[in-house]
Design a protein around this ligand. Sequence first.
Ligand code: AMP
Ligand code: MG
Length: 318
Amino acid sequence: MSIISKDIAKAVELLSNEELVAIPTETVYGLAGNIYSEKAITAIFETKQRPKFNPLIVHIPSVAYLEKIVTDIPEKAKLLADAFWPGPITLVLNKKDTIPDLITAGKDTVAVRVPNHPTTLELLERLEFPLAAPSANPFNRISPTKPEHVEDYFKNEIKMVLDGGACTKGIESTIIGFENDQPVLYRHGSTPIEAIEAVVGTLHIKNKNEVAPSAPGMLERHYAPKTKTVLTDDLQKTINDHSGKRIGLLLYNDILNDDLIDFKIVLTQGQNLEEAASKLYDALHQLDKQDLDIIIAERLPDFGLGKSINDRLLRATK
Ligand code: AMP
Ligand code: MG
């Protein structure tokens, strides 16, 4: 029997009994548990096989709830919360003592956001606790953007996927931390940096060498298909380099007409980066099922959501 269900009351009951439920958000599906339950949080790490040094994102029902989770909120954090929540931006702020160390991997900071999905907002309103919810995929694998993706991964491990349809944004939240009260980009995501800079001014962008490995979204290999994947600016050359192999193409634009290709997915018909982001992970899930020798992904334009998509594609190739 399918574990996919629209029954919010059942999700409330399971979560209140310290069990896990996969939940829909606008970014990707999350594997959710009560942040105050050691049993539930331990189960999240074990189910995902996620290393314990990887902190989790706390999901809250409203901007007002933030004060129950964190202290010393910088002015620019308030501006971002007001501008983007509910929405795909995560703020890393100083945690209150009441937030368990298991959530934050022992750090003094906690990552928090208000997700923009009506089903999950209703769920959060009905619960007496916030939800820790990393993406509902095994560690390093492709994130789920449809309930069926989660069911494929975890039908034997969890009792329920709360059905909220396909995720509208399709890539993870943008993560912003604060250093000396100034915003710093920790992870590219569904909120483009240009939109954030319009609210708080210039963002400092951490490069690879500045980021500790404790930021898993920043791990070099992440979001990865099992099939070998390469990212290219020169499709024709890369296809030629792999002639004789079973090739799958992940294209931004449908510019090629090549009979040598076994399977191809075009992310957008109209150079629409939002459409491309929303289709990205489902495309990778589909390509990964085709028994290909190689997935060749075309690099997207390097602005707006194109930056975030390129970031995920690059990590998929490692
Ligand atoms: P996921 O929920 O699987 O998309 O991953 C959660 C992301 O939040 C990871 O990239 C973490 O590194 C990041 N994160 C969570 N808590 C913190 C924190 N206290 N400091 C920095 N990054 C964090
Ligand atoms: Mg993840």
